[in-house]
Design a protein around this ligand. Structure first.
Ligand code: HEM
Length: 147
């Protein structure tokens, strides 16, 4: 199994980076969709329209990309024998934070679709920066492998 994974390593890495970009794109878009929904009153047709758009973003882009990034990342970690590497431990900690952020934000969008308004526009703009900050640290770790 490990020999097969190392044979197809560059395909795994290509897919990993492609779906990482899709995942990040979705995480950048979702807080902005929340901000646009804030312009519409609870129960209004405008709210319903944004709820449908968020649902599609979640089901078609976000959740499948998260799953594929994890599967391909762990496959590379196994095929490349990286599980004892400090940089991967640090990276996985940041990726778990990114995954937690994903789950929390999806939960907030479901509340908003039910007519709740748990987050202000200011908060949404601030938390919208979180994936970008994590992305910078994750990419530095994987290319520099400092430890
Ligand atoms: C979900 C859990 C993840 C695991 C287990 C994982 C693991 C790995 C491993 C083992 C490699 C190959 C390293 C090498 O060959 O030098 C890799 C490459 C990479 N990972 Fe991840 N990763 C994960 C998530 C992410 C995320 C969320 C990002 C960005 C936000 C990311 C960005 C990258 C990049 C850019 C590369 C390519 C590095 C290169 O070209 O050598 N990974 N990842």
């Amino acid at each position: 199994m490990q020999a097969v994974l190392s044979d197809i390593y560059l395909f795994l890495k290509s897919g990993h980076v492609i779906f990482m970009v899709f995942w990040m794109a979705g995480l950048f878009m979702l807080p902005r969709q929340c901000i646009y929904m804030l312009d519409h009153a609870p129960g209004s047709p405008g709210e319903a329209k944004w709820a449908v758009r968020m649902g599609k973003l979640r089901k078609i882009i976000l959740t499948p990309s998260l799953a594929i990034v994890w599967v391909l990342g762990l496959s590379m970690a196994y095929g490349g024998e990286w599980f004892t590497a400090g940089w991967l431990h640090a990276k996985l900690t940041l990726v778990l934070a990114m995954t937690g952020y994903h789950g929390w934000l999806v939960g907030q969008t479901k509340k908003m679709a039910r007519g709740e308004r748990p987050l202000s526009e200011k908060t949404l703009r601030m938390i919208g920066e979180v994936p970008g900050l994590l992305l910078i640290l994750i990419v530095l770790l994987v290319y520099l492998k400092p430890f």
